[in-house]
Design a protein around this ligand. Structure first.
Ligand SMILES: NC(=O)c1ccc[n+]([C@@H]2O[C@H](COP(=O)([O-])OP(=O)(O)OC[C@H]3O[C@@H](n4cnc5c(N)ncnc54)[C@H](O)[C@@H]3O)[C@@H](O)[C@H]2O)c1
Length: 472
């Protein structure tokens, strides 16, 4: 499989898309056309699901919830019940694989893939599938590096495939309602936005990996789990499943984990493009683990939804790390329900107003919208909006809308043309966290930071020998 190394990538991006639109393009198009003729045989989308445990289980159950989807292949590096096991039992006719490369060798089997692996494997798997002309559903954040996000967007466009990132809250009525409120001008033009995830990062265990290895459980193919990441020995409870989030080699920290959810309605409501500056405040990072707390301030060019020529969006993460909400017109007190731990009796009481644990504040000319993550937006000051009629929005099925769009029915909203730039923005913040208190100037077209070679070098990463990033 052809690959793109770090040097080539920057040359390619600067020279434009032409470099990447190689002879492979013709091949992939032909493959796609050939395969899509098979979709009509039984009218169903043939799905290959990669990464079947954790969120992969939810993705697979949701996508296969459509009677127009046939699960034909499953792939997971862990054969135990919680991973490949349950899925193989539920879909006994599906062919099973541990190595996605062997699955892709059987490309005539399927029309579309879902990628629900840890973040470091999203782009390697998705780009290889795109090169074959397959439709792709890929978990958030779309990729592990800014370079990969740019490549995914460009490749998906060139191949004309149907894509969707797994930021499912976008399709939930609450987030759709928030976007509509901003577009309807309910709070006027927006002056500034603050977004936060103030929960405890329960996946951050260690600053450094242990010197001693643990035995690899029999059903787990550890080398395949590592994939493109640098080699390291297995340790129980530190990486697989879930806890890979704490480590730089596999994830982009709390911002990477939640940014594509929480910043999504900000991006969509304000119709943001690429940021121009990014500045982080965070403790200096060690070599291995992500920071326990960070603040990242982005400046974007103003849009028709914002006041002024620029708008700042500030991200906060870490336990109880929230913005100062003074001057936003929020109430002094709020009513909360408390449960007595012994009797389980619930009582209501008034307490000092507190921002929700995760969400965004859109501070507008005419009021403030608080959008709690996964909850309907609220408008303030309360008195001003007490008779305001909130728009009613429907939920969209984020998963089956992708499957049906692959069959030519409808469209997707978090396609890579949208999700690519959103992910780039999120991951630029993760780069800035590596250079605290330095204002980074972002040149999106050239895909580089102006006058900052060290930060530019962090837009990409090294791939393990034998695991090149596929060219699509
Ligand atoms: N959209 C959401 O709300 C949401 C929620 C949780 C996780 N996620 C995303 O889903 C992805 C998976 O997260 P998770 O928490 O489920 O992780 P996890 O570690 O719990 O599960 C990952 C699954 O993928 C399998 N896997 C790992 N590497 C693989 C490979 N190379 N090929 C095939 N299978 C492989 C694992 O065995 C496991 O079954 C991440 O990108 C994460 O950000 C999204």
């Amino acid at each position: 499989m052809a690959s793109i190394d770090r040097r080539n990538f920057f040359r390619a991006s600067a020279a434009g898309a032409a470099f990447l639109a190689s002879a492979k393009y013709g091949f992939a198009k032909a493959e796609a056309a050939k395969d899509s003729s098979k979709i009509d045989v039984n009218g169903k989308l043939r799905l290959a699901a990669i990464g079947n445990g954790g969120k992969g289980q939810d993705d697979l159950v949701n996508i296969s919830g459509s009677p127009r989807v046939e699960v034909v292949a499953l792939c997971d590096v862990d054969e135990s019940k919680d991973h490949l096991g349950w899925a193989a039992e539920k879909f006994p006719k599906a062919k099973t694989f541990n190595d996605y490369r062997r699955l892709l060798d059987n490309s005539k089997l399927f029309d579309a893939v879902s990628v629900s692996t840890p973040d470091h494997m999203h782009a390697p798997i998705a780009l290889a599938a795109i090169a074959l002309g397959k439709h792709v559903f890929c978990q958030k954040p779309l990729t592990h590096s800014v370079q990969e996000a740019r490549l995914m967007r460009e490749a998906a466009k060139r191949h004309g495939i149907v894509t969707q990132m797994g930021n499912q809250c976008q399709s939930h009525h609450a987030y759709r309602m928030a976007v509509k409120l901003v577009h309807d001008g309910a709070i006027g033009k927006v002056k500034e936005v603050h977004s936060w995830q103030a929960g405890n990062m329960d996946w951050l265990h260690l600053e450094k990996r242990p010197a001693k290895a643990d035995p690899v459980p029999k059903p787990l193919h550890w080398d395949l789990w590592l994939g493109v990441a640098p080699e390291r020995h297995y340790n129980k409870g530190l990486y697989h499943p879930w806890d890979w989030r704490g480590w730089q080699d596999f994830s982009s920290g709390q911002l990477g984990d939640f940014g594509c959810h929480i910043l999504d309605p900000v991006f969509m409501a304000l119709e943001l493009t690429a940021p121009t500056t990014i500045e982080a405040d965070a403790p200096s990072l060690g070599k291995e683990a992500w920071a326990k707390s960070s603040k990242v301030e982005y400046t974007f060019p103003g849009t028709r939804r914002t006041t002024g020529n620029e708008i700042t969006v500030t991200w906060y993460d870490g336990k109880d790390h929230k913005p100062n909400h003074e001057g936003w017109g929020l109430p002094e007190m709020m009513e909360v329900e408390e449960e007595d731990p012994k009797s389980k009796k619930k009582t209501k009481k008034n307490v000092k107003y507190k921002l929700p644990g995760a969400g965004s504040a859109f501070v507008g000319e005419k009021g403030t919208m608080i959008l709690e993550h996964w909850a309907e937006p609220k408008l303030y000051p309360e008195e001003k909006f007490k008779d305001f009629k909130m728009p009613q929005m429907e939920d969209i099925n984020h998963y089956t809308s992708w499957a049906h769009a692959c069959l030519g029915d409808g469209t997707t909203t978090s396609n890579f043309d949208y999700a690519g730039p959103l992910t780039e923005t999120v991951l630029l913040g993760a780069v800035a966290i590596r250079f605290p208190k330095e204002q980074l100037l972002w040149d999106s077209e050239a895909l580089q930071f102006t006058h900052h070679a060290d930060a530019t070098a962090r837009l990409t990463k090294k791939y393990r020998k034998g695991w090149p990033l596929p060219k699509a």
